[in-house]
Ligand binder design. Structure first.
Ligand code: ES4
Ligand code: ZN
Length: 323
């Protein structure tokens, strides 16, 4: 059997703030004089028993309050990249949530300086390439997303694309049509979360209105056979996150997860960790979990790894190099 941790692969759905392990959270809280509403690392970990997406998001936004200066973002990102490289990751498209930091007084430049420093170092030291994707929070006003995009200025060339995340139901993709059009006109990559908790109509809107290149999650497409046919025909990459789906109770158990059926059905599926510090594992652990729970074969593992590289924003040359 193949060693899943050495299979060359890419990660396409990873929120850098979701890589904040409790140990680092407490260390940064002490450094920055931030009080976490938990007694200890163990008590914080005990909170990781989520009901749904919004119960997770509440803890995710509260805990990231320990991130204050550029060195905090750099440490966070470095720690993730080291784990990623150790599990066979050769490229990663990294999401970050600027509004979750600017609303608490941390400047956008500070956030990007820290993350970028770590991404650049990983390229040189670990041979791990990356892109940086700015996510708009869909449960905040679309006008705020537009203002954020306008305010990018000298930061614009430091990002590679945009995404859309946070609480999905009631915040459909079409609300963000204008800012997506501007991002596309600026030559940025465009992706969006759709079909995680909300239905197939959100996936259609992301494709037709936002004109995304990939759909993040997308698993609710399975409710709509016509949409599945379209996603197969157009080979739209889906960044599926099996451990996330189980922890947020979108799917009952890993053994019930449809990801391998989706692969066999001809969908361009990739597997990803989403928020690995919160959901029980990094990408290598996701592959291992699928082997243990669903009997992932070597051929399926190779197909998922190949898809992840093909659907990444690594660029033609780099994709060829990784294969
Ligand atoms: C997220 Cl799992 C998930 N879904 C939507 N938005 C998010 N932000 C961070 N993790
Ligand atoms: Zn996500």
């Amino acid at each position: 059997m193949n060693d899943l941790h050495t299979l060359p692969k890419a990660e396409l759905h990873l929120h850098i703030e979701g890589t904040l392990e409790p140990e680092l959270a407490f260390e940064l809280a002490a450094k920055n004089g931030v009080v976490l509403p938990h007694e200890s690392v163990e008590e914080l970990r005990r909170q990781y028993d989520f009901e749904d997406l919004s119960s997770f998001l509440a803890l995710y936004y509260a805990t990231m309050a320990v991130l204050r200066d550029a060195s905090d973002f750099e440490r966070l990102t470095r720690a993730y990249l080291e784990r990623a490289a150790a599990q066979g990751l050769r490229h990663v498209d990294v999401f970050f949530d600027p509004q979750a930091h600017t609303v608490r007084g941390v400047a956008l430049g500070t956030v990007i300086d820290g993350i970028r420093a770590a991404l650049d170092a990983a390229r040189a030291e670990l041979g791990l390439t990356s892109t940086l994707l700015l996510c708009f929070l869909r449960d905040r006003p679309a006008a705020e997303a537009g203002q954020l995009f306008d305010s990018l200025g000298e930061q614009l060339p430091r990002i590679d694309g945009i995404g859309l995340d946070s609480a999905e139901v009631g915040h459909p993709p079409a609300l963000f049509e204008e800012v997506y059009a501007r991002a596309r006109a600026a030559g940025l990559h465009v992706v969006a979360h759709a079909g995680e908790e909300a239905g197939p109509e959100y996936v259609r809107e992301a494709l037709d209105v936002l004109r995304v290149e990939r759909v993040d999650h997308g698993i609710q497409c399975l409710q709509d056979p016509e949409l599945v046919d379209r996603l197969v025909a157009e080979q739209v990459p889906l960044t599926v996150c099996p451990l996330s789906n189980v922890r947020l109770r979108v799917v009952d158990t890993l053994a019930d997860h449809p990801v391998l059926d989706m692969l066999e059905r001809g969908l361009l599926v990739t597997v990803n960790s989403d928020d690995p510090a919160y959901f029980g594992g990094y990408v290598g652990d996701v592959f291992q979990g699928l082997r243990d729970a669903l009997g992932l074969t070597d051929e399926q593992a190779a197909a998922l790894a190949r898809n992840s590289v093909d659907a990444s924003f690594a660029g033609t040359e780099r994709r060829r190099e990784i294969h």
